[in-house]
Each structure stands twice: as C-alpha cells, then as structure tokens.
Design a protein around this ligand. Structure first.
Ligand code: AHM
Ligand code: MG
Length: 331
C-alpha cells in the first residue's frame, strides 16, 4: 500500500510516478512512460470534452462501431488521441480498443506492453454534458518481442494485468489507477495542465448506502438480482445511476455501494466488455478492498474466450454488498 508520508497530497503525477518507480522498481521506467502517455491523452480528451458543446463536434457521425452502435465524434476523437499517444510513447506494441474490431499494431515492435482501452465510455451521455470516462488495462506481452502483437497478448486474463485505471471527465477530471500496490487518485488542474495527487491510497468502504443499476430493465433481470435489489430497498439504500460506468463506479468507490449490470433477456451475457471495462475495474476494486463478480464467480477468475469484444455481467463495489449478491447468485 502507499506510504502517505512519502507521497504527500499535492505532488504532481509526474513526481508520484518517479517516486513509485524507485520504490517498486517497476519495469525500468517503461510502465511509467505508459502511464504518462495515458495521462497526456487524458488531458487532450479532457480539453475536447470540455469544449464539446462549442466546437460542433458532438452528434452522431452516422457510422456504427463494431458493436453496431452509433459512433459519436468524441468517441472517435478519443480513440485517435489515445492510440496516437500510445504509439508515440513507444512502449505499447498494440492497442485493443472498443472502437476497433481488430488489434491496432502501433508499429513499436520492441514495445513490451499491450493496452486494452475503452477510450470514451458512456456514449449516451456524451452529447448531454454528463460525466463520461476512459477505462484501461495494461499487460506485459507474451508474444515475441520484435514481432507483431498477437491476440493472446490480450487474452491472458484479468489477473495478468500489471496496471489498470480510468479517467473520469466529471465536475473535475480525475485519473485513478493501480499498479497492484493500492489505488491512487489524481485531480486535474486545468490552468496548470497537471494532475495532482489528491486521493492517496483509496479504499472502498466495506458497506455502503448506494445501489446503481438501470432499473428500467427490472423485468429482464434474473431472479437473484431482483431478490437482492428488493433487500436493498427494504433497507432503504439509495438509488444512484448516472449511466456512465466510470462515474457510477467512481462515486461508489468513495461512498461505498454496488454497481450492477446483470445479464438481461436481451443481453444474456451482460452488456459491458470483459477486456476493457470489467477486467480493469475489477483489478482496481480489489486493490481498493472491494469485490467484483459476474454472478457466482470473481471477474478476475473469468477465462477470456477468443472474442476480444466479449461481454460479461458485472457486479462491483463494497465487499459486503457484492458478497451478499454473490451468495444469492450461488443458491
Ligand atoms: P458504451 O460502451 O456503449 O458507452 O456502454 C457502456 C455504458 C456504461 O457506461 C453504462 O454503465 C452502461 O453502458 C449503461 O447502459 P444502460 O443504458 O443499458 O443502462
Ligand atoms: Mg464502453
């Protein structure tokens, strides 16, 4: 876990990364460079998101992405920015993005890492000035260095992630990440153009007052989910649902609570994507002392299939709440 004496609140992300690098000696600075690249792209996307209403770049492009959904211009923009930053940074040999069917080879054949990313999540909120986010998971490649990346690099399973996190473009913009030594949160200072450490060693409360799901799907939820939600209401828990995974997850991380995207009649495998939504957020929540399950199983224990864009149900948040739901799923 973080040594808060050695990492005072208010230091820049850059300085924090340098300190951690000497403490954990992770990956001879290469992983540090990757995190810098992600932070840089996050700043650029933050700028675009902030002025979205002004620059007439909101609105559907009339194109569909691999999931058959309408692509937003900002989705495309964010995808370009992140892929470019990771390409120019030199450490990532490939990127898997929600916006592209196939793996993107960056041309950095000597790069030792691959990055799975949802460049801009919460598409229904992009055009209406509601919080949205970026989610990422990083792996050390298993394919031969010097050659192209392979699918297998992305299909190692959630426990193989060496870092994961998200950027929340909210009332303030934050970068929250883990390298497997706890979770740290940084807040973006617009006028200085820097992320500052604002939340060292984040831990999610074991219990919490919030449940977050799309209750419009109630009649399509499995019985164990309805039973669980009924107990939440009997105990007068609070319902909060932004409809942006990063925003709902981030709130619950601080207040305590549970986020649910269950299987539904239409989407029996759930809606969220395993490799660039569920795995990163599951790794991060475990580092914060919480739990993530797909039902009876831990998300990080799921063996990916060969489908890079596979979906999974997701129940994530405070340990006691998620375990309570898990018991109901197991019965
Ligand atoms: P997206 O990747 O198309 O943006 O979909 C993911 C989003 C999540 O951010 C959010 O939690 C969920 O979909 C909301 O789905 P719904 O509108 O079905 O409640
Ligand atoms: Mg998404």
């Amino acid at each position: 876990t973080e040594n808060t004496l050695a990492t005072p609140v208010g230091i820049t992300l850059e300085r924090y990364i340098m300190r951690k690098q000497s403490e954990f000696a992770y990956a001879t600075g290469e992983l540090s460079q990757l995190l810098r690249d992600i932070a840089l792209a996050g700043k650029i996307v933050n700028r675009e998101v902030n002025r979205a209403g002004l620059s007439r770049i909101t609105g559907a492009m009339g194109e569909k992405n691999v999931q058959g959904e309408n692509q937003q211009k900002l989705d495309v923009e964010a995808n370009i920015r992140f892929v470019r930053a990771l390409t120019n940074g030199g450490e990532a040999c490939a990127v898997l993005s929600e916006e592209d069917e196939d793996i993107i080879q960056t041309g950095n054949v000597n790069g030792k890492y691959v990055v799975a990313i949802d460049p801009l999540d919460g598409s229904s909120n992009i055009d209406v000035n509601v919080s949205i986010g970026t989610i990422f998971g990083i792996y050390r490649r298993v394919s031969r260095i010097g050659g192209p990346a392979r699918k297998e690099d992305f299909l190692q399973g959630g426990r193989a992630q060496i870092a994961a996190g998200y950027v929340l473009y909210g009332s303030s913009t934050m970068l929250v990440y883990t390298t497997g030594h706890g979770v740290a949160g940084f807040t973006y200072e617009n006028s200085l153009g820097e992320f500052f450490l604002s939340h060292p060693d984040i831990k999610i409360p074991r219990q919490g007052p919030v449940f977050s799901c799309n209750e419009g799907n109630w009649f399509d939820y499995p019985e164990f989910v309805r039973t669980f939600l009924t107990t939440c209401k009997e105990r007068r828990l609070t319902a909060r649902y932004v409809g942006s995974l990063v925003a709902d997850y981030h709130r619950n991380l601080f207040t305590g609570g549970i986020y649910l995207y269950p299987p539904t009649v239409d989407k029996p495998g759930g809606k969220l994507r395993l490799l660039y939504e569920c795995f990163p957020l599951a790794f991060l929540i475990e580092q914060a002392g919480g739990v993530a399950v797909t039902g009876a199983d831990l998300v990080l224990d799921v063996h990916p299939t060969s489908d890079l864009h596979q979906r999974a149900p997701l129940f994530v948040g405070s340990a006691d709440l998620v375990e309570e739901l898990r018991c109901k799923a197991t019965k």
